[in-house]
Design a protein around this ligand. Sequence first.
Ligand SMILES: [Zn+2]
Length: 280
Amino acid sequence: MRKRTVALIVVAAVILALLGGVYWAGRHLFHEPTARGVDSIVAELDGERVLGVFAHPDDEQTVNGLFFRAHQGGAYTAMITATQGEAGHQTPVVARQADLGDIRRAEALKNSFNLGVDRHVVWDYPDGGVPEADEDELVARVVAEMKRVQPDIVVGFWPESGATGHEDHMQMGRVTELAIAELEASGGAYTGPKHLVSTISPSGALSIFGGEAGAFVVANQPKPEYAMSAEVAKKHEGWTIHASQSNYMQESYILPTWLIYALWDQEFYHVRDLEAEPLG
Ligand SMILES: [Zn+2]
């Protein structure tokens, strides 16, 4: 009997050690060694007004920790979403495909409201067709929104990698830089943000699970200087609000959403100081 108890304890200890090892290895894939942990990127950069520039409804899920904590810290926060995501794949199907743009626009507006975002405009550029859209017009609209919001921090996509390799993301990253360069050169009352913050994807996990697109992102994105809490509870709420995309994470990564966020609980950012290095 005692021998049996000892054997059971040994087996349980081995199983726990194995689970712990798997968890540690899994978390390691979502860790960026160059990134310094901070409570809030916006607080760290003394930001008071933040504007996010994105391509699709649900892109804000990538940066919800940054926005939620910026709002908690008293910053004014705003977002642009360039498309209504009408070409998206529904998972699960919750609406007629012809209505998906309306549905996803509403999902994005509800999710940003849940994060405390003060203002959110969703435009109607074609989902999947942003690179073909009139670039000068896009830049002018982003400039106009920047003049209205007057952000000292702009958050968006790194143009060469777009966080996932999506061409709409990459083009919005490029348009964001062109808009800032135009404001810098304008010499007006507001000459653009002080910092440009790019969302960076975890390279370890992308290398292993991301396939060809993941390898492209890893090869073309800069190293992040900052890491902060991903506000995992808000991410789960966000996927519930994005009802047409609720199964997106588990469909993309095979693992259940709760397990993915048990491992991926940080957001990573590359920061450019635009006063030291203007874009124009
Ligand atoms: Zn997107």
